[in-house]
Design a protein around this ligand. Structure first.
Ligand SMILES: [Zn+2]
Length: 472
């Protein structure tokens, strides 16, 4: 028996790549309705489309047809780009710049674990490319959105290829570089402001994305997907062509809205996808019209969260649908982490209705429910550690099976449930993972919430400009 049907497997591949049905449809030359029909099992793509899907989603035809991944990821990718060694030094320098020469051991551990994980691949080169693209965008006052597994990586964060810091919640001093970890919260954005012993105001960051979750995200070997404004599409393409000018590359454009660049080295082939998204042009316009920058927005818990509690989210990306408004009403978010959980649940399958929603009615806080892969992994790992098990393999398996909906399709195997019970798992958790069909990447959710919070700031401080630009 197959683990999944085709539609569900396609949904997972598409969501992991951060693509909408519309974007995937454009890439393979069909409508979003056709993609929706495939995912719902109403119809199946024809053979020539299957080839395109395999190219775009970075899986083989065989994997698509058998509806499962094969375990041959990245084995052959070695020693292709000459600068890799220097790039690793660059990442190390960035870590020391932020967290001092005497970086705390848990930070060093994360860096070294990621390094061991991807050192033999070309990934560091792509991190560096994305960082160059971010700089190019900033220079032009443009906003871009980097999607896919890259966003969970600490090394990618250090290189400037993602805004999401996956370390545990912590304070850091921009001046003397002191670091204080603080596990009272799940998101560093929820840490109250404090001063460093050197008297500078400390900054807070960190979202606690475990190494194992990053590993799961990055190993998918998917295309690098980047949303850009329509005006920046050509510049992004040029930036890639310039960066990879000594490599074999192929550029394909579709409808003037999508650009796909394939970089082929001796042993690997990587796709970089640029999508034109009008929304990102609106962000630039908002900055221009108000003569302010997104960067100046500091997360102010009191008034910004109050607006989310009131459901004042018209025009706020990711929070304006009836579904998310309903969640906001039920949850009444009092923390940034609550917003991050809501974002995850809005992309999950089987996570909210008859699941987290019911738990919240029973008195659970949304932070205790399962909104991301991380929540499954952390929950199981914590219980295993309390029973003296240090190996994380079982927690990893439960996370992987849950996020792909294996249990909701086939039920939880007896031996898995037995082990879950043996480490002290509660009934609600077993019940909840049994209902989940898909879980989103937390790094994506964090990135969406970051933008939503910034937009809310504009809605509060520049309502006229916000209405004119974002309420179209
Ligand atoms: Zn200091």
């Amino acid at each position: 028996m197959r683990e999944y049907n085709f539609g569900h497997f396609l949904y997972i591949l598409r969501s992991d790549a951060g693509l909408t049905q519309f974007q995937l449809g454009k890439l393979v030359g069909v409508s979003d309705k056709a993609v929706s029909k495939w995912e719902n099992g109403v119809s199946k793509p024809q053979r020539d489309i299957l080839y395109k899907l395999s190219e775009v989603l970075g899986v083989s035809i065989d994997e698509l047809l058998s509806c499962k991944y094969h375990s041959c990821e990245n084995e052959n990718v070695k020693g292709v780009f000459a600068t890799r060694k220097q790039l690793w030094s660059k990442a190390l320098d960035a870590m020391h710049n932020r967290y001092s020469e005497f970086v705390p051991i848990e930070i060093l551990n994360r860096f070294l674990s990621e390094k061991a994980d991807i050192e033999n691949t070309d990934m560091i080169v792509y991190f560096d490319f994305l960082s160059a693209l971010v700089s190019e965008a900033k220079k032009n006052g443009e906003h871009i959105r980097i999607k896919g597994g890259v966003a969970s990586s600490f090394v990618a964060y250090l290189m400037g290829a993602t805004e999401v810091n996956p370390l545990k919640p912590h304070y850091y001093c921009p001046d003397c570089k002191r670091v204080i970890f603080d596990d009272r919260v799940k998101s560093g954005w929820d840490l109250p402001s404090i001063n460093c012993s050197c008297s500078k105001t400390m900054r807070s960051d960190g979202h606690g994305i475990p190494f194992e979750v990053y590993h799961s995200d990055i190993q998918r070997n998917i295309a690098l997907a980047v949303d850009v404004s329509p005006e920046f599409l050509l510049s992004a393409k040029k930036c890639a062509e310039e960066y990879f000018k000594e490599c074999k590359i192929k550029t394909e454009e579709r409808d003037g809205h999508i650009c796909m660049i394939t970089v082929t080295t001796q042993k690997s082939e990587q796709r970089i996808l640029f999508f034109a998204d009008d929304e990102l042009a609106h962000y630039k316009l908002l900055e221009e019209r108000t003569a302010t920058s997104f960067d100046r927005v500091r997360f102010d818990t009191a008034d910004i969260l109050r607006e989310f509690q009131k459901g004042n989210t018209d025009g706020i990306t990711e929070f304006k649908s009836t579904f998310t408004k309903n969640m906001l009403e039920k949850v009444s978010p009092s923390l940034f982490n609550d917003l991050i959980q809501i974002s995850g649940l809005s992309h999950a399958v089987g996570g909210w209705r008859d699941n987290a929603e019911a738990l919240i009615q029973q008195g659970f806080s949304i932070g205790e429910t399962i909104a991301y892969r991380d929540d499954v992994f952390n929950y199981v790992r914590k219980r295993m550690i309390s029973k003296g098990f240090t190996d994380t393999g079982f927690a990893y398996k439960v996370m992987e099976d849950t996020r792909r909906g294996v249990y909701s399709k086939n039920g939880i195997p007896d031996e898995v449930e037995h082990h879950l019970r043996a480490v002290g798992t509660e009934d609600w958790f077993v019940d909840s993972v049994g209902k989940i069909g898909y879980l989103f990447q937390k790094a994506h959710g964090i990135s969406y919430v970051r933008t939503a919070v910034i937009l809310m700031w504009y809605k509060l401080h520049y309502p006229k400009e916000f209405n004119e630009i974002m309420m179209l």
